[in-house]
Design a protein around this ligand. Structure first.
Ligand code: KIV
Ligand code: ZN
Length: 550
């Protein structure tokens, strides 16, 4: 491999999924993994398989479906990686999940900073070295590609790191990842740490050095770039920078920094930058975590020019105020000249061009929805189709689905919503409720049927494209009530926390989109609590405004 190549290791599905509210269903994870493969990432960290049987299964599905070459595709499939703490059962779970991929990887980690060894692990440095030796060797006995991370390396003694990393290499580690777990270091310190590791770790020439930075001080991208400049050739990133606390280094920032400032870094990646905007939207919609408008590269304002003097400059020459073209990150998506008379074949061909490969059932559903949309909207863009496909992916894992919705609202009376939901038993459940507005009334009526106690933390609406007939997208974030805690173990802690769930819905009617978003988050909650069987039977007594069931 040429030495100016930087491997992009995407951990959106693992560290990204550790962000509060980012819980994704396994079909959403699979869709994201497919998107990451299209984007051209080298390694996908697909999850933490020891967290729960569902997590293991989601990683296994990705290993099978994304980690193997598709017929006719001559690019190598991405490496599929599973995270494991440094113990045998986690490593066994990771191997069980990734072994179906053509290029599997096990990533194991153990903390090396004095504070973590003493208070979290309660282990002596010698015990840590011994455990690393044993567990890296064990992982290597199962898998030829093993990554080791000394957790909290940013606050570890560099001399101790040289020793631990040297032992990891001897035991068979092929990639050494250096995490600034708590986002504490400065770019100068982190660059020097990587240079020191490269200069002093025995056997380092046989391994790839990787960097993994967190954004607690807003330095994650700067630190990762300093690490690359010092000689690291893998960088661990997430889409939109989501991740624990303030998040991780964001993929789009690293890729576009290397791309736009090629002469400054002289490094390159395999990323197809035109897929960036689409991945950003997909991850935001699936996690329910909106992208801040001023976020570099993918924020709504990243390419907007407001000041008159800037607009004037742009009209004269876009380079006056623009260092990258929006098309480079996939922002100006083509108008699709498919209309209500277009056939299934044309839709299939266009979706394939956009990277969606659908089964015939999925195509039938997509076509039906495309026709409905074409009846309401004159021009359908790629962005509309993406919204439609994302909405479809959401509704594929439904416990309750929206069968009908009617609202009455305005200045003359009480906002009232009637919802008809199809339940897990196949029956239709109809309820009506009054609220402070049409969305509130709709959510109350849905609550009356599903009885999943929750608090609405966030509600966002935005239009996919310009124009009054635009599709509206709604994302919500809900917190489970009644003590529903995480049933999963997180890599860094066994402490259960109240879970939050994101939901997404798209429709030309924003009340319908709002209902779909709410339902999708509630469905995730039900599925995660294993409550869907018979959920209809646990409806709270005395719910108001119940008008009947069929
Ligand atoms: O931040 C961190 O230390 C991690 C490790 C598991 C690599 O995410
Ligand atoms: Zn991390």
């Amino acid at each position: 491999m040429n030495n100016s190549h930087v491997r992009i290791f995407d951990t959106t599905l693992r560290d990204g999924e550790q962000s509060p509210g980012a819980t994704m269903s396994s079909s959403e994870k699979l869709e994201i993994a497919r998107g990451l493969a299209r984007l051209g990432v080298d390694i996908i960290e697909a999850g933490f398989p020891a967290a729960s049987p569902d997590d293991l299964e989601a990683v296994r599905r990705i290993a099978i479906e994304v980690g193997n070459a598709l017929p006719g595709d001559d690019r190598p499939p991405p490496v599929i990686c599973g995270l494991a703490r440094a113990n045998q059962s986690d490593i066994d779970a990771a191997w069980e999940a990734v072994r179906h991929a053509a290029r599997p990887r096990i990533h194991t980690f153990l903390a090396t900073s004095p504070i973590h060894m003493r208070y979290k692990l309660r282990m002596d440095p010698e015990e840590v070295v011994e455990r690393v030796r044993e567990m890296v060797a064990y992982a290597r006995s199962l898998c030829a590609d093993v990554e080791f991370s000394p957790e909290d390396a940013g606050r570890s003694d560099p001399e101790f790191l040289y020793l631990v990393l040297g032992e990891a290499i001897k035991a068979g580690a092929t990639t050494l990842n250096i995490p600034d777990t708590v986002g504490y270091t400065t770019p100068e310190e982190f660059g020097a740490l990587i240079s020191g590791i490269i200069a002093h770790t025995p056997g380092i020439e046989n391994a790839i050095v990787s960097v993994h930075c967190h954004d607690d001080l807003g330095l994650a991208t700067a630190n990762a770039l300093a690490g690359l400049r010092a000689g690291a050739r893998q960088v661990e990133v997430t889409i939109n920078g989501i991740g624990e606390r303030a998040g991780n280094t964001s993929l789009e920032e690293i890729v576009m920094a290397l791309h736009t400032r090629r002469q400054a870094y002289e490094l390159e990646t395999n990323i197809d930058t035109t897929q960036i905007a689409r991945m950003s939207r997909m991850v935001s919609n699936y996690t329910g975590i909106p992208v801040q408008p001023n976020k570099a590269i993918v924020g709504a304002n990243a390419f907007a020019h407001e000041a008159g003097i800037h607009q004037d400059g742009m009209l004269k020459n876009h380079q006056t105020y623009e260092i990258m073209r929006p098309e480079t990150v996939g922002l100006s998506r083509s108008r699709l000249v498919l209309g209500k008379h277009s056939g299934r074949h044309a839709l299939k061909a266009h979706l394939e061009e956009m990277g969606y490969s659908l089964s015939s059932d999925e195509l039938n559903r997509a076509f039906e929805r495309f026709k409905e949309l074409a009846d309401k909207k004159k021009t359908i863009t790629d962005a509309d189709l993406e919204a439609l496909m994302e909405d479809q992916a959401y509704s594929s894992e439904e416990v309750y689905s929206l069968d009908g919705l009617q609202v009455a609202c305005g200045t003359m009376g009480m906002p009232t919503a009637t919802v008809r939901l199809r339940g897990p038993d196949g029956k239709l459940h109809i309820h009506a409720a009054v609220g402070t507005g049409p969305v509130d009334a709709t959510y109350k009526a849905i609550d009356a049927v599903m009885n999943v106690k929750n608090t609405l933390l966030e509600f966002n609406v935005h239009a996919v494209t310009e124009g009054i007939d635009a599709i509206g997208e709604v994302t919500v974030r809900l917190q489970a009530e009644n003590g529903q805690q995480s049933r999963r173990t997180s890599p860094q802690s066994d402490v259960a926390r109240a879970r939050t769930f994101g939901g997404y819905g798209a429709d030309t009617d924003i009340i319908v989109a709002s209902a779909k978003a709410y339902l999708s988050a509630l469905n995730k909650m039900l599925l995660s609590a294993g409550r869907h069987a018979g959920a209809a039977e646990v409806r709270a007594p005395g719910v108001m405004e119940a008008v009947g069931e069929q």
